[in-house]
Design a protein around this ligand. Structure first.
Ligand SMILES: C[S@@+](CC[C@H](N)C(=O)[O-])C[C@H]1O[C@@H](n2cnc3c(N)ncnc32)[C@H](O)[C@@H]1O
Length: 353
């Protein structure tokens, strides 16, 4: 922090952190007025891996084992997995080209035991098959977006940074981006997206105002959308929610990237690939994805799935995994204090029987 100008009782000072420069003015002893934030150049890829110790413990890594990181991101978790391998191998996937570039850099010392592929993790089982991998000793899925994707304004994921509404994780994929959706979808379609994927209680009002605003001018940026959302709900909600736009932005991101579709199927496939005693770890960040993971793991860890009234088992269903923890693991107090992303994270760990 640097005080750069003092005028009468006012002190003007700046705080520089990473690529952000913030200017404040200090009026009296405790009154600080925030002036503005300046972005300086392109952000570094910085993502603090969530529940690192718990994930490593959950994977129970064997030095000769075969591991799969479905969402390599900046390579934080993968680096620690790779360090623990001797003759083993790690297959890492991500659908975002920036994540592939960054993780390749992070894992540069270990590329003899790591294979990084740009792909949707839904294709991971078939890619592994093509590579001749028949059994794996562990998999990790760390769902959602990385801090980098959120912090990089031009990716359009965040209501905190101004940028074109994009939100595509894979920008090479020919899919609708958030701007297309907001400007072309009907009122009913928008309401459904905001309610289903964001559980947004003001979905109707927000959709109505989006339609009104886009008549006047195309909605191009994250800040334009944020303003519409904030004007669609009572002011006291805007101030009390801490990120009034969070639910709508989450909903659009999930829809654009089709995040929930097929998650259950790929979990089943990965569980099938696990060798005896192999481990699966999944980190989720909201109830919609956690529910899917919980249901798949519950079904796969249940011996018989006959209706309760049937006296003798006729389903023949056998448990293929056991739940290592009955309840999901949450981040410790210290981690929650230091990394706000960890506060809503849930880790589920299973072991193949
Ligand atoms: C929370 S970050 C992972 C961070 C990583 N564990 C680390 O330590 O750096 C989630 C990553 O998953 C990727 N991702 C999300 N959905 C995906 C999908 N369907 N297929 C492949 N990657 C996906 C995102 O692009 C993002 O890089």
């Amino acid at each position: 922090m640097e005080v750069f100008f003092i005028y009468k009782n006012f002190k003007f000072f700046e705080v520089e952190q990473e690529k952000i420069l913030a200017y404040f003015v200090l009026l009296k002893a405790k009154t600080v007025i925030f002036l503005y934030i300046e972005r300086r150049g392109k952000m570094e890829f910085k993502h603090v891996p969530i529940m690192m110790a718990e994930v490593l413990d959950g994977l129970n890594i064997k030095e000769d084992g075969i591991y799969v990181d479905c969402t390599v991101g900046g390579g934080g978790h993968s680096l620690e997995i790779a360090k623990r391998l001797k003759n083993g191998h790690l297959y890492a996937f991500d659908r975002d080209e920036d994540a592939i570039a960054k993780s390749t850099q992070t894992l540069s010392k270990y590329l003899d035991k790591v294979t990084i592929t740009k792909a949707n993790y839904k294709d991971a089982p078939s890619i592994l098959k093509e590579l001749g991998v028949e059994k794996i000793d562990g998999f990790l899925i760390d769902l959602g977006v990385s801090s980098y994707q959120i912090d990089e304004g031009e990716r359009g994921f965040s209501f905190v940074h101004d940028g074109v509404l994009d939100m595509r994780m894979d920008r090479e994929e020919n899919v609708l981006n958030a701007k297309d959706i907001v400007n072309t979808f009907s009122y009913e379609e928008l309401v459904k997206i905001f309610q289903t994927y964001g559980e947004e209680e003001f979905a109707r009002n927000i959709a109505k105002n989006i339609l009104l605003e886009r008549e006047k001018k195309e909605i191009e940026t994250t800040f334009q959308l944020r303003e519409i959302i904030e004007n669609s709900m009572p002011k006291k909600i805007v101030f009390s929610r801490g990120g009034a736009s969070k639910k709508v932005f989450q909903a659009l991101r999930i829809y654009v990237n089709d995040e929930l579709e097929g998650l259950d199927k790929v979990l089943e496939e990965l569980v099938n690939l696990l060798a005896k005693n192999g481990r699966g770890c999944v980190l989720t960040f909201h109830s919609l994805e956690d529910r899917i993971v919980k249901n798949v793991f519950k079904l796969d860890s249940t011996e018989c799935i006959c209706p309760p009234k049937v006296p003798i088992c006729i389903c023949g269903h056998k448990a293929s995994i056991r739940l290592v923890n009955r309840k999901p693991i949450v981040a410790g107090e210290q981690e929650q204090k230091e990394n706000s992303r960890s506060t809503c994270a849930k880790l589920r760990v299973v072991e193949k029987l």
